[in-house]
Ligand binder design. Structure first.
Ligand SMILES: Cc1ncc(COP(=O)(O)O)c(C=O)c1O
Length: 463
């Protein structure tokens, strides 16, 4: 008998790799995708679910028939529930309300209990899915799988996903590209690749709204905000992510994710979820910058399209969210820079006093100013913060770095203006940066009015 198993659990892993042929048109590199949606529970998370349970059993933390609790965007839950169904562990999952109904239904189908929590609250809020899942997981007799802080998560990808990829590709991989949620995938694969001294670039893809991108490039914890793509990006730093194994991060907006997800189905026949579209959209931006006929890139596609039928595969939902509009002609950030012309970058050093900063701002007629140290961003100072300080007795002597806030975002010149517009829904200031891995050089500072000016000049005939 061939490919016959005792139960479904030994079907986890060993997923196929397929070459992309259509969405890569115009690029010279060879781009491949690993089909993790073909795991039996429908996603890459089957791998970690199995490992988390085996490690918990071995450590004596999960007795036979013990309750498994997890805060999950759906896929880890499906993996845990699948193991639970086969081995008799009841499961309770906590899910944010932005997740699709199909994901909840899938968990209930395995016999799991699902608790839904609001998305738009801070992680520390007692109603957040982190708080609720931690509270339930700490209850007597429960085992909290805790994918955001469980070392079994990255260990899974170190032990199985990375060597599996390497063997399948016969060692011919120049870059592995994937989305970051817990960061377990990129960290585990990255650690394995670097330890073996494999010269493979690890590239992460992060949605607009998540804090990973700016944190990676500037070391600052900027303000996260909600976004639509599911399964990737975070508003806090999980311990399962280790940035030392990441060589580069690329940013995508919701629309780029959704549009690419649909193209993957229509043009490549790959029925996948939004984070797969995100991974491919981000990967193609990276390939564009590093393209060559010898370049071989492998992208991880985490889950299947079946969990997004009421969203990404529903035209009304896509239209309501503006994902079917065509804003591809807006150009790149470097076009906007050209339009703004060569400007002197007004900045202050961290040691400048409030009084000196106010002087610089008055002289140049600006209402916010970046605080730079060695060309690296320490934060921004706004007129609002300065006013508050100037009113305090002796406040004028306070050094800039004590008042700088992380109310900014960064963007690269070859990024699409549409992505910048999404960022400006939340942030007031963007730094245009040239990044080389974790080093970045600030080229310019852009505000909403600059984008309005750029767009109105375009509609007025490009003058
Ligand atoms: C659909 C989907 N894609 C990607 C990821 C990211 O993988 P990781 O958590 O290993 O970073 C997740 C994680 O939750 C996911 O659910």
């Amino acid at each position: 008998m061939r490919n016959v198993h005792d139960n479904v659990l030994s079907c986890v892993g060993d997923t196929p790799i397929v070459r992309l042929n259509s969405v890569t048109e115009g690029l010279q590199a060879q781009v491949y995708v690993k089909l993790e949606m073909l795991n039996p529970g429908g996603s890459i998370k089957d791998r970690i679910a199995l490992q988390i349970i085996r490690d918990a059993q071995e450590a004596g933390d999960l007795p036979a028939g013990g309750l498994i609790v997890e805060g999950t965007s759906g896929n880890t839950g499906a993996g845990l529930a699948m193991v639970g169904a086969v081995e008799g562990f009841p499961c309770t999952f906590v899910m944010p309300d932005k997740q699709s109904e199909e994901k909840r239904a899938a968990l209930r189908a395995y016999g799991a209990k699902v608790v839904v929590t609001p998305t738009a609250v801070e992680p520390e809020d007692p109603r957040s899915y982190y708080s609720v899942s931690t509270a339930l997981g700490n209850e007597e007799g429960a085992y909290f799988a805790n994918q955001y802080h469980n070392p079994s998560n990255p260990k899974t990808h170190y032990n199985s996903t990375a060597p599996e990829m390497w063997e399948q590709m016969d060692g011919q991989i120049d870059a592995v590209i994937c989305g970051l949620g817990t960061g377990g995938t990129i960290t585990g694969i990255g650690r394995w690749m670097k330890e073996q001294d494999r010269d493979v670039k690890m590239v992460g893809v992060d949605p607009v709204g998540s804090l990973y991108f700016d944190y990676f490039h500037t070391g600052q914890m900027t303000q996260p905000h909600t976004y639509i793509v599911e399964g990737i990006g975070e508003d806090f730093l999980p311990t399962t992510i280790d940035f030392q194994f990441i060589d580069d991060l690329v940013r995508v907006n919701d629309k780029e994710c959704m549009v690419m997800t649909r193209r993957l189905v229509r043009e490549e026949g790959l029925f996948c979820g939004g984070s797969s579209g995100a991974a491919v959209a981000g990967a193609l931006k990276w390939v564009e910058r590093n393209d060559s006929p010898d370049l071989k890139v492998l992208i991880v596609l985490p889950d299947s399209g079946s969990r997004y039928l009421s969203k990404i595969y529903n035209d009304n939902w896509m239209r309501e969210n503006g994902f079917l509009d065509d804003d591809s002609g807006l150009g790149r950030v470097r076009d906007l820079q050209k339009r703004l012309g060569k400007r002197e970058l007004i900045s202050v050093s961290g040691s400048a006093s409030v009084n000196e900063v106010i002087g610089t701002m008055k002289l140049n007629g600006v209402s916010q100013v970046p605080v730079l140290e060695d060309g690296q961003i320490q934060g921004v100072l706004t007129d609002k913060v300065l006013l508050e300080k100037a009113l305090q007795r002796g406040g004028g002597k306070t050094p800039a770095n004590e008042l700088a806030t992380a109310e900014f975002c960064t963007i690269e010149p070859d990024e699409h203006v549409a992505v910048l517009m999404d960022l400006f829904k939340r942030y007031k200031v963007a730094f245009i940066v040239k990044s080389e891995g974790k080093r970045h050089q600030v080229l310019d500072i852009i505000t909403r009015i600059d984008v309005i000016d750029f767009l109105s000049a375009r509609t007025a005939g490009g003058k």
